[in-house]
Design a protein around this ligand. Structure first.
Ligand code: OAD
Ligand code: ZN
Length: 292
């Protein structure tokens, strides 16, 4: 820990790469948001990964919408945890500069649940003296949701492609309650396309505004620049198996930067990290960043 504190103090271009483990501790009561590959990485009897593809949506939009409706409802019921809050506080220059003077920081998250954005909102609400800084474009733009957002909805019509922010619960009447019949072996009910979420502009079928496998993650050019410049990469709660995110720590190390991994368990490539904090990120991260 003292050595990590010294590294933080010396770092000027810091990035964090987050994954599902950052949100694992959030959620109503003790039931967290399931990670993709851990226990609970199934939705009904389907592999969650197999549902996150354009092909799955084309073949069965009813099934895929029920999966995303379930995840939307989970995320809406969840609260940012101390891990989200620590990263959000760290993204506020006046707080971060106590630990890492004159540094820049960007949080690159693979999570689509919106909890890191809500953590920023929460800090602005609970610390009015910081609200101006938190709401500044510099801080708001330092959170990159590279796999998109659960609460964006996008039109599937090529001619339209309208994207809108939508936190309605349920997102449409036909999906109401389908999240409760979550069992691992029963098939889901069928919902007609006409009753699934539709584009509010043109009425075509809408899809979740997330990045699916085979689709291009967001902000890749900006992220490449940040990775090139970074002298410290903090990896939080990701199995580091999905590219390009899985390669960022490696690239930073190749450039001579340091890497720190925060994970409950051992994860891909962590043997090469300069720092390994094994344990729940919601506990280790606030301590390590000096922001509890
Ligand atoms: P995974 O489910 O693959 O990995 C979650 C990681 O979090 C594992 O390494 C766990 O050990 C760790 N973990 C669990 N609880 C934790 C806790 N409380 N504190 C710290 N670590 C904890 O999820 P991701 O790596 O995020 O992409 O998956 C990456 C991408 O693959 C996702 O964004 C999604 C997915 O399938 C798309 O859908 C495109
Ligand atoms: Zn449309």
């Amino acid at each position: 820990m003292p050595s990590f504190t010294a590294t933080l103090k010396a770092s000027k271009h810091i990035i964090a790469v987050a994954g599902a483990g950052l949100s694992a501790a959030s959620g109503e009561m003790t039931i967290g948001i399931p990670t993709f590959r851990g226990a609970g990485g199934l939705w009904r009897k389907y592999d969650a990964m197999g549902l996150a593809t354009p092909q799955a949506f084309q073949a069965n939009p009813s099934r895929v919408w029920q999966f995303y409706h379930y995840r939307r409802e989970k995320a809406l019921a969840a609260q940012p945890n101390p891990g989200h809050l620590a990263l959000a506080m760290f993204s506020v220059p006046s707080l971060r500069h106590r630990m890492a003077p004159n540094s820049e920081f960007t949080l690159i998250t693979q999570n689509v649940d919106g909890l890191s954005r809500r953590a920023l909102e929460q800090i602005a609400a609970t610390h009015p003296e910081l609200a101006g800084e938190v709401n500044s474009p510099a801080v708001q733009d330092s959170l990159l949701e590279m796999h998109g957002r659960l609460f964006d909805v996008v039109c599937t019509s090529e001619a339209c492609r309208y994207r809108e922010h939508n936190t309605n619960s349920p997102i449409c009447p036909a999906l109401a309650g389908t999240e409760n019949v979550f069992t691992k072996d029963e098939p889901e009910p069928h919902i007609d396309e006409a009753d699934l979420p539709r584009c509010s502009k043109c009425g075509s079928l809408a899809r979740p505004g997330v990045v699916w496998f085979e689709e291009m993650p967001w902000y890749l050019d900006r992220i490449d620049d940040l990775v090139d410049q970074a002298d410290l990469c903090i990896v939080v709660g990701t199995s580091s198996t999905v590219y390009p995110a899985a390669g960022y720590a490696y690239a930073v190390r190749e450039n001579g930067g340091k890497t720190a991994v925060f994970n409950l368990n051992r994860s891909e490539g962590d043997q090469d990290a300069d720092f390994l904090f094994l344990g729940p990120a919601e506990t280790t991260l606030p301590k390590a960043l000096g922001l509890q």
